[in-house]
Design a binder for this molecule. Structure first.
Ligand code: GUN
Length: 283
């Protein structure tokens, strides 16, 4: 079998166009959605992500404000900046880029962001709402994966979804979103025994473990849908995912490439969440 590729680039472009159109028509352009992005320190990867988020915001007509802070900023100063954005009527979404320096508590920062402006979907209130099936901001990467599956018409209900990785940002919420769509979900991680047998029983396999080309052809059930969340750099400088693309493309029915798969969807869902937030504030 030769897998059909799910192009995140294509799904993202289609969704971004819808977002752009809606913003252009919304209230005759009187009010534009506003996103505040906070970047602490000089981590090159974080800087690059933040630049991507800003560029994408601008392209769809979201006003994006970047607050750059030195590595030495105190927790108290950062919390005050977040509180100021909570009170700022022009800002509908707040994103503090992670990771933060060790002297600042991620937990405190996330819990200080108003849940109604938490477009990352990281606040415990949004996580709780997601878990109980209520309206909530959904974390961008897993939400983007659901949108990709829906775009190509993969049915989720009744399927066995196996998630590799249990991060708060991807693995855990991914399982919950698939469960909300009536999948049977198995979470696997570094301590899972007989991982191979779980992978082989997956109808939908999500790889989010940060180990390059970990999932091999032998691990995949013929016809499975395989989503690669990995973003690893090989010794030759090339990007690769958590899935061995060559091998798995011979077994899967659908597969996401790296790059150009899940990556473009994460930023797109941030734009989507920011628009939803602005709509809620102004309806
Ligand atoms: N660091 C890596 N991914 C993310 C993300 O989606 N949101 C934030 N705030 N930080 C990140």
């Amino acid at each position: 079998m030769s897998a059909q590729l799910i192009s995140g680039k294509e799904v993202a472009a289609s969704l971004r166009e819808e977002i752009k159109q809606e913003i252009a028509s919304w209230k005759n352009g009187e009010q534009i959605p506003g996103l505040a992005v906070v970047l602490v320190g000089d981590n090159p990867a974080s800087r690059s992500y933040v630049k991507g988020k800003q560029k994408a915001s601008k392209e769809v007509g979201i006003h994006s404000e970047l607050k750059e802070l030195p590595e030495s900023v105190t927790e108290e100063e950062l919390l005050q900046i977040v509180k100021d954005y909570n009170d700022n009527e022009d800002i509908h979404g707040i994103l503090v880029q992670l990771p933060l320096p060790d002297h600042i508590s991620d937990k405190k920062v996330i819990e200080t962001i108003s849940p109604v402006k938490d477009v990352d979907g990281f606040h415990p209130i949004n996580i709780g709402r997601m878990m109980t099936g209520q309206e909530a901001f959904l974390p961008c990467t897993p939400y983007g994966i659901i949108k990709m599956l829906e775009y190509v018409g993969v049915s989720i209900e009744g399927k066995h979804a196996v998630i590799l990785g249990r991060s708060n940002i991807v693995g855990k919420p991914m399982g919950q979103l698939l469960l909300n769509k009536n999948a049977t979900v198995t979470h696997c991680h570094s301590r899972t025994k007989d991982l191979e047998s779980y992978m082989q029983s997956a109808d939908i396999l999500i790889a989010a473990i940060g180990r390059q080309e970990f999932v091999k052809g032998k691990d995949v059930k013929p016809g499975a849908v395989v989503i690669d969340v990995g973003m690893n750099r090989k010794d030759d400088g090339k990007l690769c995912g958590d899935v061995d693309f060559e091998e798995v493309s011979e077994k899967a029915s659908y597969l996401t490439p790296v790059p150009g798969g899940v990556g473009p969807m994460t930023i797109t869902m941030l734009l989507y969440n920011t628009l939803q937030s602005a709509k809620r504030f102004h309806r």
